[in-house]
Structures are given as C-alpha cells and as structure tokens.
Design a protein around this ligand. Structure first.
Ligand code: PMP
Length: 345
C-alpha cells in the first residue's frame, strides 16, 4: 500500500482540525457552556450534538465487532462516499476505478468533485474480473469502488476476486456493504487488520429500517478514520439521529426478525417472478432487492406506476437493458405487485 501521505490530498494533509472549545478544555467536567453561541433555553435541543458521536459509536462497536475509533458516521453512507473523494482525490488529476453496473452515486460524487471515473464492466453473470479491473488503474488511481452485494445487480461480488484486488492495488479500496445484512458473504469489516487499505461502508437505511434518520457508517483503520473526522462537518450527525440509532441498536432483535422475514419474502418473489410471462430472467440476489429482465421493462414500469406501484427502471444502465430493480417489501406490498403483474398483458 502507498502510504497515507502519498494517498491523501496535500491540502487535506495540511488541514488543521476544526477546533471546538468544550472538546479541548475539560468539557466533560465543565458545567457552564458559554462557548458555542447556543440558546440556554429549549432543552434538550438547544445544545450542539456530540461531534464524534461517542456513545453511539460505542454501541455500534459492540454490535459490529470493531473498535470505536475504527468508525466514521456520516449523514447517510452517501456522506462517506463524498468524503472519500474529498480526502483522497485531487480534482482534475486523480482518478477512481469502479465496477459497472454499480451504485450510481460513486460516479455522481466523482463528477461533483471533478475526479475522473473509470467504469469496468462486470462479466455476463455480473461478476468481477480482478485482472480487468486492475488493468484500468494507473499511478493516479486513488480509489477502487466495489459494492457487494452489488446494487443494482443484487449478487455478491466473488470474495476471491475482491481479495486479488486487495492484494494487488496499492491505493484505497472502498467496499460498500450497504446490503450485507441480507447476504451470506463474510463481511470485510472483520478484516481491517489483514487489509489496512480498505474502507468498508454500511448503513442504517436498509436492514436497520432507519432510512429516515440518515446514518451511514465507514469502518477503517484509525489513521484513515482520522481524515474523515478532519474533513467532515463538525456536527454532521444530529442528536435526534444519534438517539434514534442507539434505540435501534437496543432493539436489534427486531432487525434480525425483519431480515428473516424479508429473506423469506425474497424467496417467494424470486420464485413468482421466474413464472411470470413478462419476466425473461431473474438474477440471483443476496440483497433486499432483485434485478429482473423483462420483455418490456419500460411498459411494465409505466403500467405499475399507473397502478400506484413504483419500482426502479434500470433500462438506461449499462448491461441492465430491459431490467427492473425491485425492492422486497412487506408481504402485502409484494402480493400487490405480483397481482398487478399477473394481470399485465
Ligand atoms: N451504497 C449503496 C450501495 C446504496 O445502494 C445506497 C442507497 N441505499 C447507499 C450506499 C446510500 O445509503 P445511505 O446514504 O442511505 O446510507
């Protein structure tokens, strides 16, 4: 691995961390806070939240089996994705490499940050070829994006191929595991020591049922996490979000139960889709959604929208022509979708 000195943007290496008086000066023992221009009234919302979300990180560390200092929390994992560019990629100079098709925000944030984005198509069964991916890299490649289970294809990206990339590439590899709670694949979060150049993403938006609170996680070695802390907005996670996430972690058995139910529904949906005349192919999935190739995706999409049912039309995405991406919903929602499709001529 190239050293972080070589990988991190020079202006970020030089950046002084934002200073917060109560963080620096015995804030824990103080009892009068006249340092941050807050209003003393309207408790408990009058105070800024903990900028490093310590209590929440302790709770996440226990559940996810990592150390608190190996966690960055973002306003959705989208914030972590954006920060990866802002920490590592010099606009107009550096590039990143990603699989295709994959989560579209990697490219959007590359465009926003003026960073060249190189997309390497997956093969016919949406699998990664490590050699092909690596051959798209050069010395200005700072990041590789690998999403597993991959969005929108739903499948796990082969662990052995990912390991080849990890062993060969000397920049940062971001492994986005937004859907890993639905997957049988071993998480790379457990392998931060073995692969010190990985950043593993996860989110409260999917299995945890907390998309509304906007909370994403990045797991990495502490020296990488420190750059996230330096670059992030000082108070990027609201008190309400921190409290709600702690509550969700306390009720984690609900999450396990939801995942169990959704996996059962996933089996039912895959089976039903494979029997639909309007469906050409259902792709294997390890996520809480699946990709289906239709005889006419646009017509199916329009028909469903007319019935008040919204799915994702992926027709415009490379290698996904005529495909719909369908989220596994509650049993009644899934049944309504299937009923509508069975009536569709
Ligand atoms: N990564 C992937 C692969 C996604 O599909 C999504 C959207 N669920 C995200 C990241 C962003 O999730 P969020 O910002 O809600 O954490």
């Amino acid at each position: 691995m190239r050293s972080l000195k070589e990988l991190v943007r020079p202006n970020i290496l030089a950046l002084a961390p934002h200073s917060i008086a109560r963080e620096e000066n015995a804030g824990y023992t103080a009892h009068v806070f006249l340092d941050a221009n807050e209003n003393p009234y309207n408790k408990p919302y009058n105070r800024y939240p903990d900028p490093l979300q310590r209590e929440l990180k302790e709770a996440i560390a226990k559940v996810k089996n990592v150390e608190s200092k190996q966690i960055f929390l973002g306003n959705g994992s989208d914030e972590a994705i954006d920060l990866c560019y802002r920490i590592f990629c010099q606009p107009g100079i550096d590039n990143v490499v990603a699989i295709e098709p994959t989560y579209s925000r990697y490219k959007t944030y590359a465009d926003i940050n003026d960073v060249e984005y190189r997309a390497v198509p997956l093969d016919d069964d949406f699998q990664l070829n490590a050699e092909r991916l690596l051959s798209a890299c050069d010395k200005q490649t700072k990041l590789i994006w690998i999403c597993t289970p991959n969005n929108p294809t739903g499948n796990n990206i082969n662990t052995k191929e990912i390991e080849k990339v990890l062993r060969t590439f000397n920049g940062i590899i971001v492994i986005d595991e937004a859907y890993s709670d639905f997957s049988r694949q071993r998480t790379f979060r457990e392998r931060l020591e073995e692969f010190p150049n990985i950043i593993v993403l996860n989110t409260f938006s999917n299995a945890w049922g907390c998309a509304a609170i906007r909370l994403g996680m990045a797991f990495a070695q502490e020296d990488i996490i420190q750059f996230f802390n330096k670059v992030k907005q000082p108070y990027n996670i609201s008190s309400l979000t921190q409290e709600q996430a702690i509550e969700a972690l306390r009720n984690r058995f609900d999450t396990d139960e939801w995942v169990r139910i959704l996996l059962g529904e996933r089996n039912r949906m895959l089976q039903a889709f494979s029997e639909l005349p309007s469906c050409v192919k259902v792709y294997p999935t390890d996520a809480n959604f699946f990709l289906a190739r239709m005889t006419d995706a646009q017509a199916t999409y329009d028909y469903l929208a007319n019935q008040g049912i919204i799915v994702r039309n992926k027709t415009q995405v490379t290698l996904c022509d005529n495909c719909l991406r369908i989220t596994i919903g509650a049993r009644a929602e899934n049944s309504e979708l299937l009923g509508a499709l069975r009536r569709f001529k």
